[in-house]
Write a protein that binds this ligand. Structure first.
Ligand SMILES: [Zn+2]
Length: 135
């Protein structure tokens, strides 16, 4: 199922994380529930500098993920050449530019082509819901 949506709470969390990392880059992987991105996975060993995020790519084959997210503190929400290599691991790749607002991010496919991602409401299951499951 192609992932083309993101939960609004997850997007807000990403924007907050990018803001908190500024002036350094923030980088993480995205996890999806069906066709909706709902979760952000930090990778151990991720090194954030103000130049780039270097993720231990040797860890990637063992991890299922829907895509990637990272910030551009310079404010340019366009992929660099290095980003295009990183993008090949995930279906949706989000770049958030400073000042990290709802309108300061772009999403790209594996090939670095811009894609539209819909922001949707998503009910995050909590533990009570899981225990009430009668099926
Ligand atoms: Zn980048």
């Amino acid at each position: 199922m192609p992932v083309k949506k993101i939960a609004s709470d997850t997007l807000d969390f990403i924007l907050e994380s990018c803001k908190a990392s500024h002036p350094h880059e923030f980088g993480a992987l995205l996890e999806a529930d069906g066709d909706i991105i709902t979760n952000v996975i930090y990778l151990p060993g991720t090194e954030a500098t103000n130049q780039s995020v270097s993720i231990n790519t040797w860890m990637l084959p063992n991890m299922r993920h829907a895509g990637t997210v990272h910030s551009h503190p310079s404010g340019v929400a366009r992929p660099s050449e290095q980003d295009l290599i990183f993008f090949q691991t995930g279906e949706i790749n989000i770049i958030v530019g400073s000042p990290y607002k709802r309108n300061s991010w772009n999403a790209f496919d594996r090939g670095g082509n811009p894609i539209q991602v819909e922001i949707v409401d998503y009910d995050f299951p909590d533990e009570d819901d899981l225990m009430d499951d009668d099926f």
